[in-house]
Design a protein around this ligand. Structure first.
Ligand code: GDP
Length: 224
């Protein structure tokens, strides 16, 4: 698939405090995951280049929220990785505040892509992320990364397990197998992002033309 979605992608900004978040405008899709789950690799694989991970992995920025712009008014938001074994309490508290508030209150956020190592799916902090986000009733899409490290049958077994977890917990979402090493699942993920962005933009247009009046910005966009 030609990856037109990321053809104009560039780094936008990095923030470490809620008050520094850019003004809400356009559509955001967040990427989250435990540290080392393969989030940076996944973003790079989808974007088709290595510049972004470099930004996110720059010392001092790994605990930041990093924004990448995909052309006009479309953003990929790389959330800080969680689950380091020995993180001081103050940093964990900061992480909790930053992520929970961003996920629950950001109106321009349309959906969350959650990356999990296919060998260790649905760890306690992943559950925490899913629970926070479920309150918004926005969609989550899970990438089961590093699928190249499992046999096909084990990978499919995990896919079914995570899929049934979403159903059992009434989470609006979907799940797929992914590998940055082999690019397995890349086209499927890009198609999903494209659909999300288009749905969000359609919802924005509907909101702004509903009563023949243009509203200043979207309020509470719900997935279509
Ligand atoms: P992050 O901390 O979630 O951003 O994780 P990274 O993208 O930095 O990946 C962590 C480690 O896993 C690195 O050594 C990557 O090379 C490796 N990795 C990431 N994705 C894959 C994958 O799909 N397959 C394999 N075999 N290794 C991967």
């Amino acid at each position: 698939m030609t990856n037109a979605l990321f053809s104009k992608a560039e780094f936008y900004t990095t923030v470490n405090q809620l008050r520094d978040l850019p003004k809400e405008s356009g559509v955001e899709i967040a990427f989250a995951g435990r540290s080392n789950a393969g989030k940076s690799s996944a973003i790079n694989t989808l974007a088709g280049r290595g510049r972004f991970a470099f930004v996110s992995k720059t010392p001092g920025r790994t605990q930041h929220i990093n924004f990448f712009q995909l052309g006009a008014r479309r953003f990929i938001v790389d959330l800080p990785g969680y689950g380091y074994a020995k993180v001081p309490l103050a940093i964990r508290q900061h992480w909790t505040e930053l992520l929970s508030q961003y996920l629950q209150t950001r109106e321009t956020l349309f959906g969350m892509v959650l990356i999990m190592d296919i060998r260790h799916p649905i760890m306690p902090l992943d559950v925490q992320m899913l629970e926070w986000f479920a309150l918004t009733r926005k969609p989550v899409h899970i990438l089961l990364s590093k699928a190249d490290k499992l046999s096909r049958s084990k990978a499919v077994e995990t896919l079914r397990y995570v899929s049934s977890y979403l159903v059992a917990h009434q989470i609006t979402g979907s799940v797929q197998i992914f590998s940055s090493m082999t690019s397995e699942g890349k086209d499927e993920a890009i198609l999903l992002l494209k659909n999300w962005l288009e749905s969000a933009e359609q919802a924005l247009q509907t909101t702004s033309t509903e009563s023949g009046q243009k509203k200043p910005r979207s309020k509470g966009i719900k997935p279509g």
